[in-house]
Design a protein around this ligand. Structure first.
Ligand code: FE2
Length: 346
């Protein structure tokens, strides 16, 4: 993003998204940014919201040093807003916050949502924002999944490598991501295209075996070989396999926090424009939202109303799985089954 032309194109793309978010006159939009990070996004959001007739607040905080979103997502839960109560208040008072800071999983983000601000996270590279631009059609399919997930008592998924794990679903918060947001207090992330939830307390039991071509975030690499996770009462009790399993265990141990072994969210991807590669720039939405994946995760659950705010956050997208909600087959060997969740070309 260097030229004026690029900036104008960026503003237009952001305006198209903010239109999906129903931003307009009478609304206040706070654009949250930090240091030199994503300066062109900050300008595009401000211009786009202004174009749509909203009142705009430019909430810009000094840099805290971590500019790369990939570094930040590996160390989430801490951010500069805790030191800037006036900036925090502006965000809480706004109808909508455009987040270019990456508040994901922070207490500050949750406080804004509780105050009624809807939030859209935009930190991905332009190429990814463009290729995975959200649509109303995607929202419809994600919400079809949400309705089923809400009604279900149990989620089970398997794969050919030996996965067979069951999540007992209690009173759960369901996270949907379709890339824009219209409802007060609702968070979303552009690009999106998946949904997820948490099991009830101690409600996960079984075994997950990742295949060699499954993905490990935030390490941004393929598994490389099979890695098995034994799970009892919601906690991983053993990680086994070869050198790559040792490597992953070492990564987790580096946080020195037993809560890193808690099983976190579970869900599946519905974005048919995603590419199965762990090394694309950005924070890895291609893997996380990939059509027909199952996204298995360890670590924090604050985004789902839980108490675990461990900074060790592993998102582990898996291909070729089968997933059931109660007796209904939702994903079969990596293919989405229900008609109202299937992408137009699948
Ligand atoms: Fe996660």
């Amino acid at each position: 993003m260097g030229t004026q032309q690029d900036q104008a194109r960026l503003t237009e793309m952001f305006r198209n998204n903010l239109e999906l978010c129903e931003v307009g006159p009478g609304e206040t939009v706070a654009v949250l940014s930090e240091g030199d990070q994503l300066g062109s996004y900050r300008q595009a959001s401000l211009a786009a919201a202004r174009d749509l007739g909203a009142d705009v607040a430019d909430v810009h905080l000094p840099s805290n040093g971590a500019e790369d979103p990939a570094v930040r997502i590996a160390n989430i839960g801490q951010n500069a807003l805790s030191k800037h109560p006036e900036a925090m208040q502006t965000c809480k008072d706004a109808d909508m916050v455009v987040d270019h800071m990456l508040l994901l999983f922070s207490h500050e983000q949750i406080a804004m949502q509780e105050a009624g601000s809807r939030i859209l996270l935009i930190v991905e590279p332009v190429e990814i924002l463009e290729r995975l631009f959200p649509t109303a059609e995607m929202r419809t399919r994600v919400e079809a999944g949400e309705r089923r997930l809400k009604a279900a008592q149990q989620l089970r998924f398997t794969n050919d490598a030996g996965t067979d794990v069951t999540y007992t679903l209690g009173d759960k918060f369901i996270l949907t991501e379709y890339g824009f947001t219209t409802e007060p207090g609702r968070w979303d992330h552009w690009p999106g295209g998946f949904l997820a939830t948490l099991a009830a307390e101690r409600g996960v039991n079984g075994r997950v075996v990742m295949e060699a071509d499954d993905i490990v975030f935030p390490l941004r690499e393929f598994t490389g070989e099979r890695i098995a996770f034994d799970i009892s009462d919601g906690m991983v009790t053993e990680i086994s396999g070869g050198a790559r399993a040792d490597h992953l265990r070492g990564f987790i141990e580096g946080y020195n926090d037993p809560r890193a072994y808690a099983v976190s969210h579970i869900g599946w991807g519905l974005n048919h424009h995603c590419i199965w590669r762990p090394d694309l720039p950005g924070i890895g939405m291609d893997g996380r939202a990939h059509y027909g994946n199952v996204l298995f995760s360890l670590g924090p659950d604050t985004e789902f109303g839980g108490e675990n705010d461990t900074p060790c956050h592993l998102d582990l997208p898996m291909q070729g799985c089968s997933l059931w909600l109660d007796d209904e087959l939702i994903v079969e060997d990596g293919a989405v089954v229900p008609e109202d969740m299937r992408a137009p070309t699948h």
